[in-house]
Ligand binder design. Structure first.
Ligand SMILES: C[S@@+](CC[C@H](N)C(=O)[O-])C[C@H]1O[C@@H](n2cnc3c(N)ncnc32)[C@H](O)[C@@H]1O
Length: 282
């Protein structure tokens, strides 16, 4: 009787485990990269703009908040002249990036990329061509003064002919608690804007992944941010000493979704959800 009860308990336990299978087998960094990142598109935007502005190729790119360093790895892989330095605080994330993204490069390519576990505020002031802060990572700075100091440090680390490129999102939905689901190859990616404060502009967001077998990787990533507006972001960049800030606004396709094409703009309709690049020039 006791043995039977134990067996049943075991069976129940196993039953419970089964739905966890796909979520259990997946790696959150791999899913994040496949769901969120398009390194070639970012690199193409940055390098074309740089060449157009300065009539030379950008060589050294610093990727702030680099996470797994996928952008940096792709940067050096795409062109044998290029070098990349990435900064991120999270040891586990950077180590995963070294073991997975950098491991896919050959020795020569790997010698041109350096992922450093460090605070972006502690990055040395060696002049680089491009500094980028993608996927809204710079919203980590909740106080205007902190953001200003970060922008100042970026400004002083740029070559006089250099660009600081960061992305920003906004529109009605940026001000709402909402959840959106995107179908990806083999899983669904869930963006959960869980808490939005009308007073402090703070937003708490999570990324979860759902799988066809019903298993879920809940809150694989959490971001505790302050959302900065488009106008104030430009003003803080100017206050930090940049001489000019340009806005490159994403176009929309026939269904009203972002089309991945970013155009220099001074006026734009604030749609429900928009994305743009800010480009700051020293
Ligand atoms: C939204 S992820 C961005 C990952 C990647 N850059 C991308 O484009 O998808 C934000 C990253 O910023 C890192 N981070 C947060 N504060 C930081 C700081 N002060 N210095 C360096 N990295 C930081 C986190 O560890 C996290 O990996």
């Amino acid at each position: 009787m006791v043995a039977e009860a134990k067996n049943n308990k075991k069976k129940k336990k196993n039953k419970k485990k089964k739905p966890d299978r796909q979520a259990f087998l997946a790696n959150k960094h791999d899913l994040y990269q496949r769901a969120v990142q398009e390194p070639s598109a970012d690199n193409e935007f940055m390098s074309k703009l740089f060449a157009q502005k300065f009539q030379r190729d950008a060589i050294v790119m610093r990727e702030d908040f680099c996470g797994t360093g996928l952008l940096s790895a792709t940067w050096v892989e795409e062109d044998p002249q290029r070098k990349a330095i990435g900064y991120d605080l999270d040891v586990e994330t950077v180590e995963w990036g070294i073991e997975n993204n950098l491991a896919k490069l050959d020795d020569e390519q790997r010698s041109r990329v350096d992922l450093r576990i460090a605070d972006v505020l502690d990055a040395p002031k060696d002049p680089v061509d491009i500094i980028c802060a993608m996927n809204f990572s710079w919203w980590i700075f909740k106080k205007r003064q902190e953001l200003l100091e970060y922008f100042r440090s970026v400004r002083s680390s740029l070559h006089p002919e250099g660009l600081f490129i960061l992305d920003i999102y906004g529109g009605k939905e940026a001000y709402e608690e909402m959840e959106e689901e995107h179908e990806k190859d083999g899983f669904d990616y869930i963006w959960d804007q869980d808490a939005v404060c009308g007073v402090s502009d703070e937003i708490l967001c999570h990324i979860s992944f759902h799988f066809p077998d019903g298993s879920k990787m809940k809150r694989a990533f959490t971001y505790d941010w302050r959302r900065y507006g488009m106008r104030e972001s430009q003003e803080i960049l100017l206050d930090a000493g940049f001489s000019k800030v340009e806005v490159y606004w994403e176009g929309v396709d026939d269904e009203g979704d972002g089309d991945g094409e970013f155009t220099l703009t001074t006026r734009a309709e604030s749609t429900d959800a928009w994305i743009a690049y800010l480009v700051a020039i020293p």
